[in-house]
Design a binder for this molecule. Structure first.
Ligand code: ATP
Ligand code: PAU
Ligand code: K
Length: 300
């Protein structure tokens, strides 16, 4: 994904003619979940989530010199290019492809875009998209939300509850590691926020003189390490899985029949560590990479 204005900025997107048949029927909608590390995209046909993918944040520098009209065109093209990159097989093989014949280009018919963002600066950029809706907390059918709750947490817990049932505890292993729990009445019980696995590692290297930037280990490391890299991995991994287990077990005391779902960029690693360290706890956890998009389904 380009971060600056693309060279062929003014050329019509190729995919336009291909999918405009579907657009004419109002079937395609794009969801954009703006996280702290990157952009998460979902392509819906009707209410069905067909595809998800991730790209980098846009830079304000690429967008700010543009006029309002150019911004709109630029963002439409960013969306189309992004879809084009990920859709070469899947999108074009959707069942509705025979309808691909309309003369519209997508710069004339921008796909509806639904944005849920926890990054104000990025939200501001996407406000220039011509056919955008920004999801806010007050639109969501969950009670007991507090005003500063992250929309990603609200949507993901809603999506997990709708998919798996209520009550539900949603764990998001993203930039931040969050716990968000709701009861059988879709009422927020509460949650917690701590630095995610990646952020723990990067902050140790950034804020100390001697500690290097270490990546996550492939498997549960040795606990009692005898070199720096392994010591960092041990500390971050064991403390995090112990904390995650403690939150899960506490939640299960409150709601013994609750579903427990795990999402976010580090979910696979976290679940691997948790499985190795606490298999009983881990066996209750459901992999839910698309939880936030299931929450958005409700808003389409
Ligand atoms: N290809 C990737 N690019 C960036 N991060 C990745 C990638 N694959 C896995 N990750 C992990 O994903 C984590 C970020 O998670 P995610 O992408 O869910 O973040 P986010 O949605 O931006 O964060 P948040 O929702 O907390 O704002 C990082 O800690 C990183 O280790
Ligand atoms: C906690 C994060 C950063 C997780 O992405 C996001 O949900 C957020 O910015 N939340 C606002 C604070 C809160 O949820 O209480
Ligand atoms: K996330």
């Amino acid at each position: 994904m380009e971060n600056s204005v693309p060279d062929n900025f003014r050329s019509p997107p190729r995919i336009g003619n291909l999918i405009s048949g579907l657009i004419g029927k109002d079937q395609i909608k794009i969801a954009l979940a703006i996280g702290n590390s990157r952009l998460h995209w979902g392509l819906f046909v009707g209410k069905t989530l067909e595809k998800t993918w991730d790209t980098e944040h846009l830079t304000a520098d690429a967008v700010s010199p543009l006029s309002e009209e150019e911004k709109a065109e630029y963002l439409v093209q960013i969306v189309m290019r992004s879809i084009e990159e990920v859709s070469s097989q899947n999108l074009l093989s959707l069942p509705a492809t025979p309808a691909f014949s309309s003369p519209h280009t997508l710069s004339l018919v921008p796909l509806p875009l639904i944005v849920a963002s926890v990054v104000t600066q990025q939200t501001a950029i996407w406000q220039s998209y011509p056919n955008v809706r920004i999801i806010t907390l007050d639109q969501l059918p969950i009670g007991g939300l507090y005003p500063t709750l992250g929309i990603d947490r609200a949507l993901a817990v809603l999506g997990a509850g709708n998919q798996f049932g209520w009550p539900v505890l949603l764990i998001d292993a993203g930039t931040a590691l969050t716990f968000t729990g709701a009861d059988v009445n879709r009422y927020l019980v509460g949650g917690a926020i701590l630095p995610g696995l990646g952020l723990q590692l990067s902050s140790l290297s950034k804020k100390t003189a001697a500690l290097p930037l270490i990546s996550l280990p492939k498997n549960l490391p040795h606990r009692w390490a005898k070199d720096t890299a392994e010591a960092i991995q041990s500390g971050v991994v064991y403390a995090t899985v112990a904390g995650v287990r403690d939150f899960i077990e506490d939640w299960r005391c409150l709601f013994p029949d609750s579903k427990i779902a795990l999402t976010g960029g580090d979910r696979t690693m976290l679940l691997k560590y948790l499985t190795a360290a606490f298999p009983d706890t881990a066996s209750a956890v459901i992999d839910a990479p698309e939880a936030i998009f299931w929450g958005i389904t409700h808003e389409l």
